[in-house]
Unconditional design. Structure first.
Length: 427
């Protein structure tokens, strides 16, 4: 079966243990735990490393949103109870609103464990950092206040963590350990589509869309798109509108339903991290023979992953050698001459490190280093020549020296544009 047709929703530890979470202990804990709290937590010597709001639902789920004006953050997780002990685990993406650095490819995972709140106002417990495939580490403590109770003080002045019954605490920790789902792109279904090369984190799916789907999407695009004409391509962006009131983010605009359907399929397959919610930005590019796009990196305005769906003609897509640069000096500027995000000049004579032949209906996903440290581009030619660098040439029946004439090609680049403020109705 093609990857596009594999199950709708990802099956996680949360699904497998949903029955256990609806236990008598959860029912008794929900009135004291469920609802919205202010939360902060310390990490080693850093007080108040996390500060924001957390909402616990009655069915064992939680959502975190960073507070203040300098941090942008969101997280999702689960909570459970065993006797008088409550534990929760949350995956958090968090970054400074003014940062020009890329966010991490995966969220940081934390967990809190405490005696069940004795009152409806305050709560203090142990705070753990949970590195991937390593035991959790006790790094500090967390405290919560009901929002209606008033401001939350620093963790340096928080009360002591109450003693917890050992058996109940160990039972909570054991149940939380079952929630350690692997990063979505490491799931077995993606292994056959991984491109093994010196450019890491590249996946290619040949038949993500079948020919009928390709034709239907092309018809929708031709009927509805209002192209911006550029020298290197025609383009239209969906999902974002004008700048917000503070000027640091873009306001959200609704995506067409057919784009939402594709994004939901990618989200269900784990192509975009569930902590970030579905991708929110789609860029359509249309190329005629002889057009291409200058080697570039998309930049830290996005979560470091892009999914590219190809329609129409094939083309060779190039990745260039890894570059080390100071992310703090990069910025978010646009190169009007090259019509790509700004970056240092490409040194003379630099050739692609690897290339991928993108077929109609295919899906290319680049993540991590491939997104943040390797330029990508399409040469402005009328014919694609198969070189030894084309990693998938043999898989699709091509040999070195073959050439394919291009026709009109349309691509959808799907990404998650990151917010840079807390204004309403932003991306």
């Amino acid at each position: 079966a093609r990857l596009f047709l594999i199950s709708g929703a990802r099956q996680t530890g949360a699904t497998a243990d949903r029955g256990a979470m609806a236990s008598r202990d959860m029912v008794q804990a929900a009135p004291k735990v469920a609802g919205e709290w202010l939360i902060n937590a310390s990490i080693l010597q850093c007080q108040d490393a996390f500060f924001g709001r957390v909402h616990f639902t009655e069915n064992g789920e939680l959502v975190y949103m960073a507070g203040g004006t300098e941090l942008i953050g969101r997280g999702v997780g689960k909570w459970l109870a065993e006797g008088p002990v409550v534990g929760f685990q949350v995956d958090i993406f968090q970054y400074q609103s003014t940062s020009t650095r890329h966010v991490e490819n995966e969220p940081h995972r934390f967990r809190g464990v405490a005696r069940m709140p004795a009152t409806q106002t305050t709560w203090v417990g142990e705070w753990y950092f949970c590195p991937w495939q390593q035991p959790p580490r006790l790094v500090g403590k967390f405290q919560c206040n009901r929002r209606s109770f008033g401001p939350l003080g620093s963790t340096s002045g928080a009360g002591d963590v109450e003693d917890m019954p050992k058996d109940a605490k160990l039972a909570v920790l054991a149940k939380l350990d079952k929630f350690n789902d692997m990063p979505p792109m490491l799931e077995k279904r993606w292994i056959p589509h991984h491109i093994s090369s010196d450019v890491p984190d590249v996946h290619y799916v040949r038949n993500f869309l079948d020919p009928k789907q390709v034709e239907e999407i092309e018809r929708v695009i031709d009927r509805s798109c209002e192209w911006e004409r550029m020298a290197t391509r025609d383009t239209q962006e969906f999902g974002s509108a004008q700048r917000c009131s503070c000027g640091r983010s873009l306001t959200r605009s609704d995506l067409p339903q057919w784009q939402n359907n594709m994004i939901n399929a990618l989200q269900n397959l784990g192509a975009f991290h569930p902590v970030l919610y579905p991708a929110n930005n789609v860029r359509l590019n249309a190329y005629t023979p002889g057009q291409g796009i200058y080697p570039h990196m998309d930049g830290p305005v996005y979560y470091p992953r892009a999914a590219i769906v190809s329609l129409g003609s094939q083309c060779v897509f190039d990745f260039y050698p890894r570059e080390d640069y100071d992310e703090d000096k990069r910025g978010f500027s646009w190169d009007r001459d090259k019509e790509v995000p700004s970056g240092p000049e490409l040194p003379p004579g630099v050739r692609p490190k690897i290339s991928i032949m993108l077929e109609p209906g295919s899906l290319l996903i680049m993540s991590g280093d491939a997104f943040t440290r390797h330029r990508h581009g399409i040469q402005a030619v009328e014919e694609d020549e198969i070189t030894p660098m084309v990693k998938n040439a043999k898989d699709i029946g091509l040999e070195v020296g073959d050439s394919l004439r291009r026709g009109r090609r349309v691509s959808l680049t799907i990404r998650h544009l990151l917010p840079r403020c807390h204004c309403p109705n932003i991306i």
